[in-house]
Design a protein around this ligand. Structure first.
Ligand code: ADP
Ligand code: MG
Length: 576
């Protein structure tokens, strides 16, 4: 094979692969351009998850007519003059390749008018081919329409996730940029539906509510920190607000959203020993430092940065957060119990069970794997018939079997029993439901609402009749009969978190996830005194289970003290 130079079209499609990975990456480039143009209002509109249309309109500086063809060319930028500038970047863009890249994998139309220019001009690019510019009526600013994204690269099309997942990516992105630039008026419309808008008042609290919901945003503590050349501002969660994943830790470095594992690790470390194992804080942090201290040219989509003195940044970050947490702590020492605030805010039953960190273990592969794997390898191991001895500490049941003593965790055991019941009903497609006397309405921030909307069919199969009700709100009409005494709001909130973690859970896992959540909420708590007949019923049901030894999240339901072990412990082995 002979070596040939790639045609301009193929070369830019290859380059586009780095910059435009999915619709959200195109949206990111376009809004960064609008911010660089000093826009005071940015409107984003999409249809079919950005595959049919992405349109970004701004009221910024605009592009002079004669520069339109240049704006569309690769390596054409107004933001860099010399190689030296590359080490001191004050704009979000600088590579001069976004418009060219997007235009090579879509049908792009750019309409723009600087204030002084009388008419607006429009130019288009179709799969990499630039058309003629012509004048059109339009207001000052720019409008970029991207239609049929990836129409000429079907391979890339195949890598896209479902529409709701792509929509969620876009919503998460736009909300975060809105938060970083609260002086800009933002609006996001998807398939003709207004997802959110901001007032441009500069009030970040207002936007935090969009991102995290009214309830959670009240639990955020402000951070203000500055030391030598670094300043850190933003919000971090107090200890009663935490998540099972790291997705709600967000950074902006000099106004640019970056995803950086080391920064994330520094934040988590600041909470060291304050949060239970496997729980993560919520944080939105804006780090500002001299442009020369950051190399932003390390990643094609500029999602990563490199710090000249990374240790200095990480240590500042940790101190900023620790100080922020201390400032709101009622006592001077960092004392976990006090920082927790209300006990109840902990939710769930982890504390009642006195087993920090294990309550949610099924959502953390590390913790959950061992028992689950065992479950798969072991043949079904039913319990022998057990004789109930009684309850201790209002938490455990003690029973005797032919082969020794059993200590049973009443909460975990009950979870297992409920889970088996609910899954059996589900597999028989006969989950008895209970209509709520008063339908319950639950509202979520846009991104979370989209996560939930995706799972409504699965919820329905498990007896939750939930319908969309206005933007980002849901109405719960009925619940599975076993759950009739439960709190539907709380379980939906917990479910959203579970699903957030797993972008596209396997179909087979969805129902088990939902059922697991429901049962966890429902199962009798540790600390509850059970009547003798309740204790007996629990044992009987557990005996009937096919996997009685673990709860649905993989934790053990019981400890077995075998006759042999007891003998050994008492030194009876070999004794007469
Ligand atoms: P970069 O942002 O890296 O310079 P782009 O391909 O994104 O490269 O844009 C090329 C040029 O087009 C920019 O440098 C800028 O001058 C101009 N431009 C793009 N979008 C806008 C906009 N919304 N408003 C004003 N000018 C823009
Ligand atoms: Mg750009």
């Amino acid at each position: 094979m002979t070596i040939r130079i790639l045609s301009e079209t193929i070369a830019s499609q290859i380059a586009a692969g780095e910059v435009v990975e999915r619709p959200a990456s195109a949206v990111k480039e376009l809004i960064e351009n609008a911010i660089d143009a000093s826009a005071t209002a940015i409107a984003i509109e999409t249809s079919e998850a950005g595959k049919r249309l992405i349109m970004v309109t701004d009221d910024g500086a605009g592009i002079p007519a004669e520069e339109l063809p240049l704006a569309m060319s690769r390596h054409a930028t107004s933001k860099l003059q010399s190689a030296e500038d590359l080490f001191e970047i004050h704009t979000l863009g600088f590579r001069g390749e976004a418009l060219a890249s997007i235009g090579s994998v879509s049908r792009l139309t750019l309409t723009s008018k600087p204030e002084q220019q009388l008419a607006a001009y429009r130019i288009s690019m179709d799969g990499g081919f630039i058309g003629q510019a012509g004048s059109v009526p339009a207001p000052t600013g720019s409008e970029v329409r991207v239609e049929d994204l990836f129409f000429n690269v079907p391979a890339r099309m195949k890598f896209l996730k479902s529409d709701s997942t792509e929509n969620r990516q876009i919503t998460g992105l736009v909300t975060r940029y809105a938060l970083a630039y609260p002086q800009i008026r933002w609006s996001l419309t998807m398939d003709q539906r207004l997802v959110f808008r901001t007032s441009g008042s500069g009030n970040q609290m207002e936007i935090l509510q969009e991102l995290f919901g009214a309830q959670d945003s009240k639990q955020l503590l402000p951070i203000t920190f500055s030391e030598r050349e670094i300043s850190i501002n933003g919000f971090v969660s107090n200890l009663s607000l935490n998540r099972s994943n790291r997705k709600d830790i967000t950074f902006f470095v000099n106004g640019r959203w970056v995803q950086d594992a080391a920064l994330t690790a520094a934040v988590i470390k600041a909470y060291n020993t304050l949060l239970m194992v496997g729980r993560y804080p919520v944080a939105v942090l804006f780090i500002e430092l001299p442009a020369r201290q950051v190399d932003v040219n390390v990643h094609p989509s500029k999602a990563e940065v490199r710090f000249r003195d990374a240790d200095q940044v990480f240590s500042a970050l940790q101190r900023a957060i620790r100080r922020g947490l201390l400032a709101f702590s009622p006592i001077p020492e960092l004392n976990a119990t006090n920082l927790w605030g209300r006990q109840a805010a902990l939710g769930e039953n982890e504390r009642e069970l006195g087993q920090p960190g294990v309550g949610d273990s099924w959502t953390q592969p590390g913790a959950a794997q061992v028992p689950q794997r065992e479950q798969n390898y072991l043949p079904i191991e039913r319990l022998p018939l057990l004789r109930l001895i009684g309850q201790v500490a209002a938490t455990y049941l003690i029973a005797e079997g032919p082969d020794g003593l059993y200590l049973i965790d009443q909460h975990a055991a009950h979870e297992r029993v409920l889970f088996d019941q609910l899954m059996a009903q589900y597999h028989a497609a006969a989950v008895p439901t209970q209509a709520l006397v008063q339908p319950v309405s639950v509202a979520f921030p846009a991104e979370k609402a989209q996560t939930l909307a995706q799972q409504l069919p699965a919820l329905r199969e498990l007896g939750f009749e939930v319908e969309e009700f206005g933007p980002n709100a849901f109405l719960v009409r009925s619940v599975p009969a076993v759950f009739s005494a439960g709190d539907p709001k709380a379980v939906l909130q917990a479910l959203v978190e579970d699903f957030e973690e797993d972008e596209e859970p396997l179909a087979a896992e969805i129902e088990a996830k939902i059922a697991g959540r429901v049962c966890k909420r429902l199962a009798v708590k540790a600390g509850k005194v059970l009547s003798e007949s309740e204790q007996k019923a629990l044992l009987l049901n557990l005996e009937a289970s096919q996997s009685p030894r673990t709860c649905p999240h993989g934790r053990p339901t019981m400890i077995h003290l075998s006759a042999a072990l007891l003998e050994r412990q008492f030194g009876r082995t070999g004794a007469i």
